[in-house]
Design a protein around this ligand. Structure first.
Ligand code: UD1
Ligand code: CA
Length: 452
């Protein structure tokens, strides 16, 4: 049966105490509602109707890359009223899967199971047993039959003992849904039009209502405040960490690992504590990542070693390379295989050729370094005149002495040598030695001044 999805995301999320609408708060670096959209996209839905209202501009900006049917709920009068906003787009003969925007860990398999349960019922409801069901809608049953949902605030003391709760996710036929929604009222503790009231209507019509459960309670846990946000973030990170370990990655401490994006891995990778990975990152087999590294949108090839406290962004690290500790590879940096960058070295739009080294305290910007070159400690490429950027070319086998400034544009030739402390403003040709520093004078009989 064809079905469409309605995602409820119009609420403010008052308890977040935020100018950002609740559903845009991130889990694993991605807005929680985007997690739900991504999961729904794996299902075979005809349409995704997003009910939005609070923070509408921010929502439209952040979610603009999705294919969504946007349904504005101008005033947030309750979950039933929210679903009503999608009704003009719902067909009588399709099923409607209703999801909440604040439970981001819901799994595709759980939703598929709910959809399957609906095949033999008029309405399928995703419920979960909770040790502490406070605040949740309670599932009322007579015998085995679900007969109603009662919201916590409207529930009697006896009903509050019930541990089976409403997750807010359910599926039913479009025609039924339209009829039930048109009969809602707001005579309840919160003065809202509750979606949950349709369950009693269905039961009274003699419709069959079946419940289904998620594989774990965390999947349906809603986020209402930042304490819950942090708890769900940890649960999500642990899930990702476990998946990586199952793929052959060793994590020194899975509870101190953060993946905010997508990570593609080989095998036998070691990742030390407090590593943060954002965007799209690839790490090849046998590579190791030291403690406190940040890797963003980059590639670390097989057998590379990234030492502690290095930051790599939009860069490529080749096989058997060594980076850091305390190195910074900025966008456009490429390290060819077996090259090495040591502590306090910053690279930007720079290629370091095979086997070349910049081991200490350097800035290399807009630079092309050939094969087997050695960049001495403290070498700076002066790539910027305050207005424009210029290139530096350091050819194969060149040796740059320590504390040299290479004023771009300039070229250091094949096997050329630059004496330590030089300020190079002109090209150095192949095999030449260039020394550009004050000549040393030693005064033999010089007397130190004395205090008067
Ligand atoms: C709702 C359910 C409750 C269930 C719980 C699960 C109702 C009446 N209650 O309660 O049975 O146990 O979810 O988490 O349905 N929203 C709108 N427009 C509105 C109101 C809400 O779009 O006018 C959206 C919110 O943005 C949110 C979702 O609906 O994504 C749920 O709303 P929320 O206020 O969190 O409902 P709960 O009180 O948690
Ligand atoms: Ca909620």
């Amino acid at each position: 049966m064809a079905f469409s999805v309605v995602v409820l995301a119009a609420g403010k999320g008052t308890r977040m105490k935020s100018s950002l609408p609740k559903v845009l708060h991130s889990i694993g670096g991605k807005p929680m509602v985007q997690h739900i959209i991504d999961t729904v996209n794996k299902l075979n839905a005809t349409n995704i109707h997003l009910v939005y209202g609070h923070g509408r501009q921010q929502l439209q900006d952040r979610l603009s890359h999705n294919t969504l049917s946007w349904c504005l709920q101008d005033k947030q009068l309750g979950t039933g009223h929210a679903v009503q906003q999608a009704i003009p787009h719902i067909k009588d003969d399709e099923d409607v899967l209703i999801l909440v925007g604040d439970a981001p860990l819901i799994k595709e398999t759980t939703l598929e199971q709910l959809i399957a349960v609906k095949k033999n019922a008029d309405l399928a409801l995703l419920t979960v047993e909770l040790d502490d069901p406070t605040g949740m809608g309670r599932i009322i049953r007579q015998g085995d039959q679900v007969t109603a949902i009662v919201e916590h605030k409207d529930a009697s003391l006896q009903q509050r003992q019930i541990k089976e709760t409403n997750t807010g996710m359910m599926i039913m036929g479009g025609k039924d849904l339209k009829r039930w929604l048109s009969n809602l009222n707001n005579n309840n503790a919160q003065g809202e039009f509750y979606l949950t009231d349709i369950i009693e209507m269905a039961a009274k019509e003699g419709k069959s209502i079946q419940a289904s459960q998620p594989s774990s309670a965390i999947e349906v846990e809603g986020i209402n405040n930042r304490v819950q946000l942090a708890a769900i973030e940890r649960a999500y990170q642990m899930e990702q960490a476990n998946a990586l370990m199952m793929q052959g990655v060793s994590l020194s401490d899975p509870s101190r690992f953060d993946l905010r994006g997508e990570l593609e891995v080989g095998q036998d990778i070691n990742i030390d504590v407090n590593v943060i990975i954002t965007g799209k990152v690839k790490i090849g087999s046998n590579a190791s990542i030291g403690a406190n590294c940040i890797l963003s949108d980059c590639e670390v090839a097989a057998n590379a070693v990234i030492h502690a406290n290095s930051v790599i962004e939009q860069a490529v690290v080749g096989e058997y390379c060594s980076v850091g500790p305390y190195a910074r590879l900025r966008p456009g940096s490429v390290m060819m295989e077996q090259s090495k960058v040591g502590n306090f070295v910053e690279m930007k739009k720079t290629t370091l050729g095979k086997g070349s080294k910049a081991n200490h305290l350097s800035y290399l910007g807009d630079t092309e370094v050939g094969v087997g070159a050695n960049i001495g400690a403290g070498t700076i490429t002066c790539n910027y005149d305050g207005v424009n950027k210029f290139k530096t070319i350091i050819k194969d086998g060149a040796f740059i002495g320590s504390n040299s400034s290479l004023v771009a544009p300039t070229v250091i030739g094949v096997n050329a040598t630059v004496g330590a402390g030089s300020t190079i403003t002109k090209e150095v040709r192949d095999n030449e030695l260039s020394i550009a520093r004050g000549k040393q004078r030693n005064l033999e009989s010089w007397q130190r001044p004395v205090k008067k």
